[in-house]
Design a protein around this ligand. Sequence first.
Ligand SMILES: [Zn+2]
Ligand SMILES: [Zn+2]
Length: 388
Amino acid sequence: MKLIERIVERHGQLAGWRQDIHAHPELGFQEERTAALVAERLASFGCEVHTGIGGTGVVGTLEAGSNSGTIGLRADMDALPIQEANTFDHRSTHDGRMHACGHDGHTTMLLGAAQYLAETRQFNGRAHFVFQPAEEGLGGAKAMVEDGLFQRFPMDAIFGMHNKPGLETGRFSIRPGPMMAGGGFFDITLTGRGAHGAHPESSADPIVAAAQIVSALQSVVARNVDPQDTAVLSVTRLLSGDAYNVIPNGATLGGTVRAFQPATLEFVDKRIGEITRHIAEGLGVTADYRFRLIFPPLVNEETATRLAGDVAAAIVSETHLDRNGPGIMASEDFSYMLNECPGAYMNIGNGGEEGYCEVHNPGYDFNDEIIPLGATFFARLVESRLNA
Ligand SMILES: [Zn+2]
Ligand SMILES: [Zn+2]
């Protein structure tokens, strides 16, 4: 493995930073301590530092040479509302909050890369280090984009990385095109006409309508979505009625849709609306249907994906890189940044030994062993892109 020696020498220091962040987890948009620590480190390296972007977001900028090329590297800083079950020394000092997704590690790897790049400046252009708040479903990437991230810090390409439990250390995985599903939530409110349970002729029964809608929605993925494409439609809520002898006035349904193509999400949204309205109309019930996009699909741009793959292969060798890794049905809000700027998202192995712990589990911990590898990857990405 061709790690950057200067970064390897700092492994102990970087692991200390990571464990300190782990011990002080902060939820989305509340990353005051973490953002201050990041800003202070970036300034000490010699970066130009901007804080308060999209809430608690931080951007550090480095320049070298006279080329106009720019690159962005992004890490996330937030923790989760989970009670940590670990008992090691660096466990969370805050009840009900923990770094169970490894964002403490992502932040540290990017700091490690910034530190090395600031010292050596073997690139020609401008590098922006983007530390975003609130990745865990609260819209931190969107907030930074809406706060003018790409206008204030123009970038030719942006890259992000997530650790992956189950993938051995020393390995990377990426895929061109859609890599993580986009997701949305939907709500259906049916309004009928209630009646005595023994007099259905006086009612417009919302329960019968709800039951038919749930069944009919199963046909969207099975009969409407291209079999070569992938989508999930799950009805996860169905609420109505309180009594045995009362046909209720209304019913509500809710659920989630996941797909890798934005057009597929839109198509499934449209079909849910059509099916719902027509069944309701046929049964004399009115339907109000709403769909909320939570995350767009994460789509890796081809050229950026190839570059990220080449950089990873140069460090760990082609045999430890999967350039056509699996698509993931979970979502990731870096997709909001990739919708504005071409780039790619890499997975780095967090360890795949027997009994490894998944992210969002109270027993999870980021693997400090991979810090030098992740930092080397980020640093080499800047040097490769800005010297090309
Ligand atoms: Zn997470
Ligand atoms: Zn995460």
